[in-house]
Design a protein around this ligand. Structure first.
Ligand code: GMT
Length: 377
């Protein structure tokens, strides 16, 4: 395949869509493509120098007349600059708002016939798609993109239901970097956290937003803790953190909940974990679940959005109804008390990634989409 010049726009701070976009860019660069990130800051997983990867910062003018700094216009202008100067073949935007609309505007501005790929990630549809001030712009961005992908069948269906578009949407699942997310020897890390060998470790990783339903994670853990020695690792940070902290203060098990804040090396934390909990109110995919599975950690997730496409009930984890912490705890207890079953689930977790979410075929798929667009130019 010929080498392409690909622009990528995403939210560069912590979040699944930014992670996926960055990992995709890195993998495409390894294949020899020239990758141009056009973002407001360096994407957080772009943490070293990668050959073929370039970063173009979007700077927003804070002129006093602006009540709100016009990020969208600055992004579109920067995209138009980079498209022209670097002669991009394709621009791939992650998250519909404002990125898809900015890409369309940039194409108009620079007058180049560039292909636009938009990947829908979740809240751009499930939350913003319900907002009448946003829905028309999302629909416009989707319909003016040349190719639209969604990270799960559930999200694709939700887009049709909420946005009312007839645009063809292809499901392209998320993937993880298997060289990072794999079972690893963590030495005495468990001990360093003060966790005894006989204690089971449950883990939750997220941006601590309301949609992640932290109260149910803690409730489930406490029910498990009543039956066995265990610790809960809460990894990440966000608006719900203090509410959760307050809510556990009266529990006799409060010292068994460890708040670790934002962490870079999540794979190591999965390395000391036995079970991942993701009990979200909505989740288009649940990239962190996939990261856990790749590390050999089974997951319990809610029966919402794309989670059942990632977690196979009774094989690599369990799917429970939203709010049913009794069921979540019961499944957790049964699994964590049965070493043989846990080993079986750990193996199934790894093979799910190998069979359904391997990076290579998914990146091949994106490459084919780009190639399709380039052939049309
Ligand atoms: O919910 C988040 O953690 C952030 C959000 C984002 O846009 O980064 O995540 C969405 O995209 C991820 C990557 O495709 C998915 O794995 C998440 O499930 C999705 N979040 C929601 O749908 C709530």
């Amino acid at each position: 395949m010929r080498k392409l010049r690909i622009g990528i726009t995403c939210y560069p701070t912590v979040g699944g869509s930014g992670v996926l976009a960055t990992e995709l860019g890195k993998k495409l660069a390894e294949r020899g493509h020239e990758i141009h990130f056009i973002t407001s800051s360096v994407p957080f997983r772009l943490n070293k120098i990668y050959p073929n990867v370039f970063f173009h910062e979007v700077e927003v003018n804070n002129y006093s007349v602006f009540q709100y700094p016009p990020y969208d216009i600055a992004l579109a202008s920067k995209m138009a600059d980079v498209i022209k100067e670097k002669q991009l073949d394709v621009i791939h935007v992650h998250y519909a708002i404002p990125h898809a609309v900015c890409a369309v505007l940039a194409r108009e501005m620079c007058g180049e016939n560039i292909g636009i790929v938009t990947t829908l990630h979740g809240t751009d549809i499930s939350v913003l798609g319900q907002d009448s001030t946003m829905a028309p712009a999302i629909k416009y961005g989707i319909e003016k993109s040349d190719i639209v992908t969604a990270v799960s069948d559930a999200l694709k269906q939700q887009t049709y239901d909420l946005i009312g578009t007839t645009k063809e949407i292809e499901t392209v699942y998320n993937f993880v970097d298997e060289s990072v997310f794999k079972p690893i020897d963590t030495g005495n890390l468990k001990e360093q956290f003060g966790i005894r060998e006989d204690e089971r470790v449950l883990i939750h990783v997220s941006n601590f937003r309301k949609i992640k339903n932290l109260p149910d994670v803690v409730r489930t853990f406490f029910k498990v803790r009543e039956k066995m020695p265990a610790k809960l690792l809460l990894v990440g940070d966000g608006p719900e953190k203090h509410r959760v902290l307050d809510s556990i203060q009266t529990s006799p098990f409060k010292d068994d909940v460890l708040f670790l804040g934002k962490q870079e090396n999540v794979a190591e934390l999965f390395g000391i974990s036995d079970l991942k909990l993701l009990l979200s109110e909505n989740e288009s995919f649940g990239l962190v679940l996939l990261e856990a599975l790749a590390c050999g950690v089974p997951g319990i997730g809610t029966n919402v959005g794309g989670i059942p496409e990632v977690v196979s009930h009774g094989e690599n984890g369990f799917v429970v109804e939203l709010g049913d912490t009794d069921a979540a705890a019961q499944y957790a207890i049964e699994l964590l008390q049965d070493e043989e079953k846990l080993i079986q689930f750990r193996q199934a977790a790894i093979s799910t990634v190998q069979t359904k979410f391997l990076a290579k075929p998914i990146i091949d798929h994106y490459e084919q989409l780009y190639e399709r667009l380039v052939a049309l130019r």
